[in-house]
Ligand binder design. Sequence first.
Ligand code: BGC
Length: 544
Amino acid sequence: MALADEAKRVAAQFDFTDAELNAHVQEFLKQMGEGLEKDGTSMSQIPTYVTGVPNGTEKGLYLAVDLGGTNFRVCSVTLNGDTTFNLTYNKVAIPKELMVTDKASKLFAFLALQIENFLKEHHAEHFESHRRRRATISTASGYKEDEVFHLGFTFSFPVQQRAINKGNLMRWTKGFDIDDAVGKDVCALLQTEIDKLKLPVKVAALVNDTVGTLMARSYTSTGANRSTLGAIFGTGTNGAYIEKTSNIKKKIEGEYDESTGEMVINTEWGSFDNQLNVLPTTPWDKKLDTQSVNPGFQMFEKRISGMFLGEITRLAILDMMQSKDSTLFSDDNSSHNDWTTTTTVAGQSGLYKQWGLDTAIMSVAAADNTPELSSLRQELEKDLNIYTPSLEDAHAFKIVADAVARRAARLSAVAIGAIAIQSGLLKDPEAEVIDIGVDGSLVEHYPFFRDMIYEALRAIDEIGIQGVNKIRIGVAKDGSGVGAALIALVAAKMDKSDDVPLATEVKRELDSIPAETGLSNMAMTVGGLVGVAAVAALWWSRQR
Ligand code: BGC
């Protein structure tokens, strides 16, 4: 079989028809409903205890930390209460040996140490004066409450929340595996390590990254057009949306503000359809799952998010290479190869290693529409040690990688579409816009990911062309504005007429922070961190 035909045969296994799309939406709505009724369902539908956004009267110095799939970020936000603020942040990669280990304390001690380093580096004066004072104080805690930093903790894993600052880890995702932590309160785990270092820090709010995104995004779409969903399509995938408390049939433990009649729900949609009632499953999906640290879990995430798409592609490509009639990356193609040298795949190529194919190369494949596919061929050589691949090789690779990503985008539309339907806003003539805030490497860096989502949304029966025109998906590009607006909301009691200049002013502040990896990326990160700082501030102000 010609190489292109062989690639098309593999790619066809990732087709996801409009009929399947619609069936998935119905199943998603069903599983959302189940999760609102009882615990232990596939989608956890976790009440977050976040019932509104901060009111802008909060003041003070807040810390925010973010444990995502790859990095740990520490940030401090000074909310001045007069529309101004100061913001600083550090980022470190989480060492692989702490992601999979025996004791939770090893990971959390590392996190506490980063907080200490951050305080020493950026708040040395405050830190040292507290340390001196502590030595002379005889109370158990050693600090007066108003000397303590209140910390918002963005923890991007499934947590059964029990209060705004308490939550037990349900399970790890995204390659983390520390059995000892499962079932424990992650705020307490962090607090214990913070206390061991005698830091003047109190964990005040626990927030999932999707909730932070929703909080940050909400500000720019206030009133009738406020944001409905915050979603992440990055290393992992998940969404948090605003639900009527009357629809939450399961018991919400503890206290929360009932006055708004709403609560943000962390869906944990990465686990949608773990039972595989509807999800499409190729032999490569099966293999990926079996070889993962959590077989049978996060089945939706394993077909969508950045951590897994490269691996699915690798497994499919490897099978093609190893099938006996295939000419993929073999010298047979060299006769067509304009580089006139021999195609070879080095023994140490990532193609032969689990997780060896970075999803980023799929973005290069999607972006390269030149007749020679030269960027992709260079990348295959640089990243995967496939030397002098032919045009046909690169073309075959592109066909398969594009198909894997396209299925992921269409599955993403299932979640977004279902939540748009659940919100009731599609049928509400008053609602002009259904605003959705998204963040993560796929929506930021994968070409046309958002376009593919829109195309699929249009094909959902209950949405159609009319519905899709109402749906506004805002990507990280707006992140600085979003974060800025939220800070503005938190930092100042605002006069409505001041909204625009204030947000612009704060945006300018955020934009001036030097970016390590590109401004838009960094800015949204900051937006999320500010989101959690704001929740901490809100919580603390209500305690007083
Ligand atoms: C986690 C979620 C998180 C998402 C995006 C998933 O693996 O279960 O809690 O929101 O990744 O970071």
